[in-house]
Design a protein around this ligand. Structure first.
Ligand code: PGA
Length: 252
């Protein structure tokens, strides 16, 4: 059985007051449906406080990590520092980081490698732009983004710690979602590229997931959950998305 995961990506949003409000709301929530693991990724500066505020049943993640263990890298944060702050999840290779901070596939794989070695669950974000899709290059782009990760030594032994998020760039924050069929097609393709033990890693969909479209997306054979941006900032919407997970499905 593949795990079913819903992750909130708060991006650069939030404050101490917002943290406290969301933690109170999430802690009071009794029904998160069939979602196995709910994870909140606030800006790094809030990871430690959120870990202290949230019940243990929630995971807390960072939105980025550096591949180096320590050193003169102003502004950067290492995997061991994340662990030390109570963080057990991290996003790597989000399209906004690829676009604004020139993160390459190889660097992203190194970041994931250092997070995985530190025992952090790592979510590799991949996805094509609109131009790439229109040029018929979506599968090529996604497979090269995935390939750098698959080159990591010993990656097959990390199947229980590795997660993939397929986020078509044209669907992020645009209100335009991939149709369930489009998303399933790409998730099936991604799974077909995964070797051996990695075949059963959870593949999450991201890109304008809302309470209205979550159930249909999560019902697809190869969609094991979601990475949620905008809707994760509104407690009721985020909780409704978690509850949209079908009780059966996502079986191996
Ligand atoms: P969105 O963001 O849900 O606001 O489209 C998703 C993401 O970027 O992870």
């Amino acid at each position: 059985m593949r795990s079913r995961v819903v992750i909130a990506n708060w991006k650069m949003h939030g404050s101490s007051a917002f943290l406290a409000e969301m933690a109170t709301g999430l802690n009071a929530e009794q029904d998160l449906g069939a979602t196995d693991q709910v994870v909140i990724c606030p800006p790094s500066v809030y990871v430690q406080s959120l870990r202290q505020l949230l019940k243990d049943t929630y995971g807390v993640g960072a939105q980025n990590v550096n591949d180096a263990a320590e050193g003169a890298y102003t502004g950067e944060i290492s995997a061991s520092m994340l662990v030390d702050s109570g963080c057990d999840w991290v996003l790597v290779g989000h399209s906004e980081r690829r676009q604004y901070y020139a993160e390459s596939n190889d660097w992203i794989a190194k970041k994931a490698g250092s997070a995985l070695s530190a025992g952090i669950n790592s979510v590799l974000c991949i996805g094509e732009t609109l131009a790439e899709r229109q040029q018929g290059k979506a599968e090529q782009v996604v497979s090269s983004q995935l390939n750098s990760m698959l080159q990591l030594e010993g990656i097959e032994k990390r199947a229980d710690q590795l997660f993939i998020a397929y986020e078509p760039v044209w669907a992020i924050g645009t209100g335009e979602t991939a149709s369930p069929e489009q998303a399933q097609e790409m998730h099936g393709f991604i799974r077909s590229l995964l070797p051996g033990e990695l075949k059963n890693v959870a593949i999450l969909y991201g890109g304008s997931v809302k309470p209205e479209n979550a159930a249909e997306l999560f019902a697809q054979d190869d969609i094991d959950g979601g990475l949620i941006g905008g809707a994760s900032l509104v407690l009721e919407q985020f909780v409704d998305i978690c509850r949209a997970m079908p009780v059966t499905g996502s079986t191996t």
